[in-house]
Design a protein around this ligand. Structure first.
Ligand code: SAM
Length: 460
């Protein structure tokens, strides 16, 4: 049974929006959520996606689609191949706030990143030479984030798990800092019953104080001239405009307007401003999406702040041995644009354009994933990591490809035994509908299913 909307929330909404609009919002929060996905442009192959039947485009995101109904994503092999990310439509708007930023080769910090909806969106925007540093304070959530980053397969993300303070010690280092702040979650009241149960005035105050602290850190990490994106999934003024007002009291003169953001009035987004901040409110009774708040501003190019990189405390990453470069290069489409490294016995490929940045990060922060994990070398041959199968830049001719039909592919994703028919002796790239899912090794009549246990489908 759905929990009632908290009474003081209902009263506040009627006060803030007026009786008629407040009631419309509350009614929308008791209604059905639209279902939407965002396509992975790095994996676009011209084929169809029968598992996600699109109704229409999300107007503010080129890759966003509303679906006709909610399918079983778990049983869609294209979902496991990282062909799309299931992302609520309103939050897809953050990409627009970067319009006009020179993104090619840019560094973006996504400071509150798990499970990775916005990280994967930014990863698609910065391209092969850019870098997204996706930080998540909670270790368990950070490992889900890393799984989603592997599945997205762009190879241009580093996942860290630490307090915002530690990653923001990379001062004046990022072209963009995005704070998708932990909040009281009022915008999720329709989708998530737990958000209704956990809501309280006390929690709102606690969230607002935490947001203030996170924004202080975020500001340190931003380059002069860089862009700051702030977002929440709550309607609460104290956590939205209020947080920005409090930020202006200490950052005041250094905050300047970002270029205008084109918004069509027909989308229903409520545009506003808090000093130089441009703000955007998404109400589910006006917009086809969940409740969301987003804001954007720039750090003045004249702001104080010299770029500072913390001193490296450890040397965990080493360049790959010269003799192994040939074998590693064989597996990627653009080896000349990659830098090959090794950490704890696993080889990784980084975008060469970001190797200095990634080395600096690895030297002082807990980086749990970076670039693309290629695998481990045994007697000069690569035993591929499952992440390599999901990497958009995998060179398919490096390996035999075994195409499985739907049922067999699902058996593979459940880590069940699969029959050897159609597999070549030795290593195979397992595909469904031509889309890579993982690896398997055939030895005679036996097939070793190499799909990772942590990703295995449990649902029957
Ligand atoms: N950006 C994510 C996405 O699009 O998938 C959603 C992020 S969620 C709204 C906020 C995240 O902030 C949570 O993963 C939560 O664990 C993290 N968080 C909680 N407390 C935090 C803190 N004190 N500092 C930074 N992040 C925190």
């Amino acid at each position: 049974m759905t929990t009632q909307l908290p009474e003081s929330f209902r009263r506040r909404v009627l006060d803030d929006l007026g009786a008629e609009e407040g009631r419309a919002l509350c009614a929308a929060l008791d209604g059905e959520s639209p279902v939407s996905v965002r396509l992975n442009s790095a994996k676009r192959d011209g084929g169809s996606l029968p598992g996600v039947v699109a109704e229409r485009a999300v107007p503010w995101c080129a890759e966003g689609l509303y679906l006709r109904e909610r399918p079983s994503f778990t049983l869609d092999t294209d979902f496991h191949a990282g062909m799309y990310y299931v992302q609520e439509a309103s939050s897809q708007f953050v990409g627009r706030l970067l319009d006009g930023v020179a993104l090619d080769g840019a560094r973006i910090l996504d400071l509150c990143a798990a499970p990775g909806g916005k990280t994967t969106l930014y990863a698609s925007l910065v391209g092969d030479d850019g870098l997204v540093v996706a930080n998540e304070i909670d270790r368990r959530r950070a490992s889900v984030l890393a799984d989603n980053v592997r599945k997205w397969g762009t190879g241009n993300v580093a996942v860290t798990t630490c307090e915002p303070r530690a990653v923001c010690d990379f001062e004046a280092w990022f072209d963009v800092v995005a704070v998708d702040a932990p909040c009281s979650g009022e915008g999720m009241f329709r989708k998530d019953d737990e958000a209704r149960r956990e809501w309280s005035e006390g929690n709102v105050r606690m969230c607002a104080a935490r947001q203030d602290a996170i924004l202080r850190e975020a500001w340190r990490a931003l380059k002069p001239g860089g862009r700051l994106v702030y977002s929440t999934c709550t309607f609460n003024r104290d956590e939205d405009e209020g947080t920005l007002e409090r930020m202006l009291t200490w950052a005041g003169g250094e905050v300047v307007e970002a270029p205008e953001v084109a918004v069509d009035a027909a989308w229903g987004i409520v545009c506003g401003a808090v000093g130089p901040w441009r703000t955007f409110r998404f109400y589910p009774h006006r917009v086809c999406g969940e409740g969301f708040f987003a804001a954007v501003a720039c750090k003045s190019p004249e702001a104080e702040g010299r770029m500072r990189v913390p001193k490296a405390r450890r040397e965990v990453i080493m360049p790959a041995a010269r003799k192994s470069i040939g074998e590693l290069s064989r597996w990627v489409r653009n080896p000349e644009r990659m830098h090959f490294v090794e950490a704890a016995g696993t080889c990784y490929a980084w975008p060469a354009s970001q190797q200095t940045a990634l080395k600096a990060l690895s030297g002082s922060l807990p980086v749990i994933y970076s670039g693309v994990a290629l695998g481990q070398l045994f007697k000069g041959s690569l035993k591929p990591d499952p992440a390599l199968a999901l990497y958009a830049g995998l060179y398919r001719r490096a390996i035999a490809v075994a195409e499985l039909d739907g049922e067999r592919a699902l058996a593979y994703l459940r880590r069940q035994e699969i029959a050897p028919e159609g597999l070549t002796e030795g290593l195979d790239l397992i595909c469904a509908r031509g889309r890579a899912l993982g690896f398997a090794k055939r030895i005679g009549r036996r097939v070793n299913n190499m799909y990772p246990n942590s990703l295995r489908i449990i649902k029957q």
